[in-house]
Design a protein around this ligand. Structure first.
Ligand SMILES: [Zn+2]
Length: 317
């Protein structure tokens, strides 16, 4: 089997090599927060810990803990939440970090420059540590899709038997004179993720800002942490980081959302005009439909089907 592996397919789980710390303002709440990312052991997954709250409640980065998907993804448990987790989760997935404890001193992960680049660089500086437990891959075996009118997101089996790559094809199509259709494809690897996805920033339309603010959203939003699209141009002086920065950012969001499956994916994902709500609906549908996938891990350099154990873990996690 080993000959079918891409160089970036890891056999073993990982964590960060040392503690990482950053602070900033949340995009939606406008609240200041400090975040510490700590190394942790195998099979822990990604866990958020609200250190600013008595008894420091823990919220696992799992699909069942998603409590809101309106303009960002919020995780919560027993009434305690942490919001705008998607860019940090995308950084973990994209770089291949399976386990980490994320201590948060505030209600929302800081938006930084609107992209995942600052966090990704901090993780790269800290380094990635390999653990002894095999990493699991969820291999799509049958197409599975969620749809909302013309919007959809679907997972398809890998192009070749034995393939472990995760390829994303994404199309956005807005009815706006400046931003209409953009498409982007990527086969994920840490290098491709860093070069093509991490620096794409959050964006929004000027026409929506007032309504969003009235609804208590984007209170921390500025031209320093979001691309704002006016009638015929963007308002940011420095311009765009990529001509198709918008669709690349949607791919970043999607990676963060899909990572809530808690396992690396082997297959192909097609998305058309999707967002956090539809992405999360797909994750839930995948969990509910185990006939559409299997889970494999390396046992002495051979891939073994561990789907039954994984299904049990999913049901009880
Ligand atoms: Zn985003």
């Amino acid at each position: 089997m080993a000959h079918l592996l891409h160089p970036y397919i890891r056999m073993f789980q990982t964590t960060v090599n040392k503690t990482i710390e950053f602070s900033g303002i949340g995009l939606h709440t406008g609240s200041h927060a400090t975040v510490k990312i700590l190394p942790c052991g195998k099979d822990k997954g990604i866990r958020f810990i609200r250190k600013d709250i008595p008894h420091a409640p823990v919220i696992k980065a799992k699909a069942k803990n998603v409590v809101a998907t309106h303009y960002s993804t919020t995780l919560g448990k027993d009434g305690v939440t942490v919001s705008t987790v998607e860019h940090l989760l995308a950084a973990f997935y994209g770089l291949g970090i399976d386990n980490a404890a994320v201590e948060v001193y505030g209600p929302e992960i800081p938006i930084m420059d609107g992209s995942a680049a600052p966090i990704t660089e901090l993780i790269m500086e800290a380094g990635i540590r390999e653990l002894t437990q095999p990493r699991r891959y969820l291999v799509i075996t049958k197409p599975i899709e969620v749809r909302d009118k013309d919007k959809y997101v679907r997972l398809l089996p890998p192009d070749r038997e034995g393939e472990r790559a995760f390829t994303i094809d994404y199309t956005i199509d807005f009815s706006h004179p400046y931003l209409s259709k953009q498409s982007f494809s990527i086969t994920l690897s840490p290098a491709a993720f860093r070069e093509e996805v991490v620096s794409a920033r959050t964006f929004g339309f000027l026409r929506d800002v007032e309504l969003l603010r009235e609804n208590g959203l984007v209170r921390g939003g500025t031209l320093k942490n979001a691309v704002v699209i006016g009638e015929s141009d963007i308002l940011n002086e420095g311009g765009l980081r990529f001509p198709d920065e918008f669709v690349r950012h949607k791919v970043l969001d999607l990676i963060g959302d899909i990572s809530l499956l808690g396992v690396h994916i082997a297959g192909r994902l097609n998305a058309h005009r999707s967002g956090h709500t539809l992405n999360h609906a797909l994750v839930k549908k995948v969990i509910k439909n185990p006939e559409t996938w299997k889970v494999v891990e390396f046992v002495e350099e051979e891939l073994a089907d561990v789907s039954p154990q994984f299904r049990t873990a999913l049901a009880t996690a």
